[in-house]
Design a protein around this ligand. Sequence first.
Ligand code: GRG
Length: 295
Amino acid sequence: MTELSQALRAIGSSVDELLGRLIPMPEGPEGQLLDAMRYSALAGGKRLRPFLVVSSADVFNVPQSYALRVAAAIEMVHAYSLVHDDLPCMDDDDMRRGRPTVHIKYNEATAVLTGDALLTLAFEVIADDETHPEPAVRAELVAMLAKRAGSHGMVGGQMIDLLAEHESLDAGEITRLQQLKTGALIAFSCEAGAILGRADKPERHALLAYAHDLGLAFQIADDLLDYEGDASVVGKAVGKDLEAGKATLVSILGADQARIQAEMLADQAVRHLDLFGKKADSLREIADFVVNRSS
Ligand code: GRG
């Protein structure tokens, strides 16, 4: 196993352990909701966003216990977005991370409520003083997560994506959609490290620029997996974009050019990290993983 896979696995285990403590055990009349929250948030996944939070925070020597709480909150928001995205009124998927989606295992109403409860718990976790002793830091994290997850961030991107099924977007419009739908949470993962570490403006700017290019590279890799990946390895249905006639950078540029574009973006992302020296090595390594992953 490479050092990067070991680090990803270690951060994944720490986040799983924390999520297991933060999401209450199923009991009482609302037990089914808590069960579904645990089912969706503790279902594996690459834990890329936690890796980005911890690695960005490491650049500023932030205690890992703070970064892990933000990482757990981001995974709650990420899990909520996947549960809602899988619903019949959105992408209508039966499988996620190799298991039945939440509305298949439970029912649609439970899936809606599971997403709602994960999103609100994420904010409760960040606002708690265990996340950072300074109220101003916690407030900034709360405000930034709201912005990145909301109508001018992930949810806005999802809206554009749904509308795009009935129109053909050009490469620029697709790029903006992806910046919002996928890139916004990746951006927050890196920004959170800078907020926790009270980074100065140039440092924040560099991390955001890195996250911007990384997010686009990540999405092209995701589209390539949908185009040519193996459903049993990816853990969800593939070929969905083609089937829905949805324009992606892969359908516009072709798979080979799209792969070149993803690699160029990953290289460009890494160049934004120059001012951090060796402290940003983990962020450099993950950029390569993002474009060459198989799931
Ligand atoms: C429904 C509010 C709402 C938002 C949905 C993120 C999203 C917006 C939808 C997910 C659909 C999708 C497949 C987006 C492409 C990129 C993406 C977020 C892939 C899944 O993320 P990974 O690969 O998943 O990090 P794991 O399972 O590894 O955590």
